[in-house]
Design a protein around this ligand. Structure first.
Ligand SMILES: *[C@@H]1O[C@H](CO)[C@@H](O)[C@H](O)[C@H]1NC(C)=O
Ligand SMILES: *[C@@H]1O[C@H](CO)[C@@H](O)[C@H](O)[C@H]1NC(C)=O
Ligand SMILES: *[C@@H]1O[C@H](CO)[C@@H](O)[C@H](O)[C@H]1NC(C)=O
Length: 437
């Protein structure tokens, strides 16, 4: 591109596809980066039998009329002022797992626009997996020779705490060196950016960013192989996750129990007594596969539904789910053995991401970084059948002794409330707007 072109025009004109290299963290690390949290919840014990869904007919969660819904806002798709001048080139350096890469890259796009700079193809660390991602970026092919040949001046934003002004602190270095690299600081408040920077954030993050072509091709292949319609289920019940949660479970197989013990570090001792109960009631304990099956049934999701299991290796107690929901599809069952064996764990996670964004319905048993990414992308694409199961509701109602049909009713009420209010998929970003229906 010509060196006089503006970053904004560049984004708007070419819808540059930034091909994200597939560098994921293991699910366990996702978990560590994002300690359990659950969306706010209101509790009402099921009271009126007349209002019970079985009496009123439709007992499928997706058939419930929504009151509010989050969608992509229109404002950021409108034309924004072009940069008044051009201040140089910025390369965004991203590290870590896919979600972290994505977040830094998205933030970086806003910084680039804020400083009226041109974005140079991002540098992603953990080069080990780059071989799967050659050609991951199609950006600034014709940077001026004298700039392209030198290493950028590194500006360290990562250690800065609290709000700081990029224009004040970073612009001088940019003007001086003309080519800088930076990793956006996590602590920054995106909402304080001027609207043209916010708009490039939304444009870049939700319109331009793609998985790299090889992975996307494989993902499309996988998607085509899954019988339609289907629900993608992000089930999390791995030993390290359960160990990290410090929760205790009854009724697990001895194999699972020893896997959990093996994953338990000194500082992750299981909670006992009252503390364990409180912890559980706060929604901190991962749902088991059989609890997940119970809730899905309570939500009226037929047991013959095609379900794609978006999950990593090492799920425990899966029989608790597959003995009830039998039409299960996984990567390993759909990809050729060769493909699957050769595939890096990170690529597998990328496939799950892609399939989950494209599925008819998405249910997550935990709201981790991957789920945040999937739910945001689904919302952006107008896929509204998205639900994060409430560990807290399940814990709360079992704690007061509900079981069987009563528990199912309570699960229905709690999740229906979340679903019709458009809650549960937490979209704090400026790119989404709430619509009252
Ligand atoms: C960047 O351009 C905008 C106009 O789009 C202008 O308002 C702003 O002051 C410029 N900022 C810098 C740092 O050059
Ligand atoms: C690419 O990465 C895979 C592991 O993901 C490795 O087995 C393979 O040898 C690498 N290929 C090249 C050409 O480096
Ligand atoms: C449900 O969870 C909330 C929040 O931790 C707690 O205050 C409440 O006592 C719990 N309810 C029951 C029935 O356990």
């Amino acid at each position: 591109m010509s060196s006089s072109a503006s970053a904004a025009a560049w984004w708007a004109r070419s819808r540059v596809r930034i091909l994200l290299p597939v560098i994921f963290l293991a699910p366990a690390l996702y978990f560590l980066l994002s300690p359990p949290s659950s969306p706010p919840f209101f509790f009402t014990l099921p009271t009126s039998r007349e209002e019970s869904p079985s009496a009123s007919g439709s007992r499928v969660i997706w058939a419930q009329r929504r009151v509010a819904e989050w969608r992509s806002c229109g404002w950021w798709r409108a034309a924004m002022p072009a940069p008044s001048r051009r201040n140089g080139y910025i390369r965004i350096d991203c590290y870590g797992g896919l979600n972290q890469l994505r977040r830094d890259l998205c933030d970086g796009i806003a910084v680039v626009r804020l400083l009226n700079a041109t974005m140079v193809l991002p540098k992603f660390e953990v080069a080990a997996y780059w071989n799967e991602s050659r050609g991951y970026v199609e950006v600034v092919k014709d940077m001026p020779e004298e700039i392209a040949s030198k290493e950028p001046f590194k500006v360290d934003c990562s250690k800065r705490k609290g709000h700081f002004d990029y224009v004040e602190t970073v612009l001088p270095a940019l003007l001086e060196h003309q080519y800088i690299s930076l990793t956006p600081a996590m602590s920054q408040r995106r909402d304080r950016n001027p609207s043209y920077a916010k708009a490039s954030y939304c444009q870049g993050c939700y319109n331009a960013l793609r998985l790299n072509k090889n992975v996307e091709t494989k993902a499309i292949e996988l998607l085509q192989a899954i019988p339609k319609p289907f629900l993608s289920l992000h089930l999390r019940f791995e030993p390290d996750m359960v160990a990290y949660s410090r929760c205790v479970y009854t009724g697990l197989s001895s194999k699972s129990l020893s896997a959990i013990e093996a994953a338990r570090g000194e500082d992750r001792k299981a909670l006992t007594g009252e503390a364990a109960l409180l912890w559980r009631n706060r929604g901190k304990c991962p749902l088991t596969p059989s609890e997940t099956a119970f809730i899905l049934k309570a939500l009226g999701i037929p047991t013959d539904t095609n379900i794609y299991l978006a999950a990593g290796d090492g799920l425990m107690e899966l029989e608790g789910f597959t003995s009830i929901y039998k039409n299960i599809y996984t990567k390993s069952s759909l990809l050729t053995h060769d493909d699957f064996e050769k595939m890096h764990g990170n690529t597998k996670a990328a496939l799950d991401y892609y399939v989950s964004v494209s599925s008819d319905a998405y249910v997550a048993t935990f709201f981790g970084n991957m789920d945040k990414m999937v739910t945001a992308m689904r919302t952006m694409q107008g896929h509204q059948k998205t639900l994060v199961l409430s560990r807290r509701a399940y814990a709360n109602y079992t704690a007061v002794g509900l079981s069987g049909e009563q528990l199912a009713m309570a699960m229905w009420d709690a999740h229906r409330e979340e679903y019709i209010m458009g809650r549960g998929s937490a979209l704090p970003e400026q790119c989404f707007c709430e619509f009252k229906l």
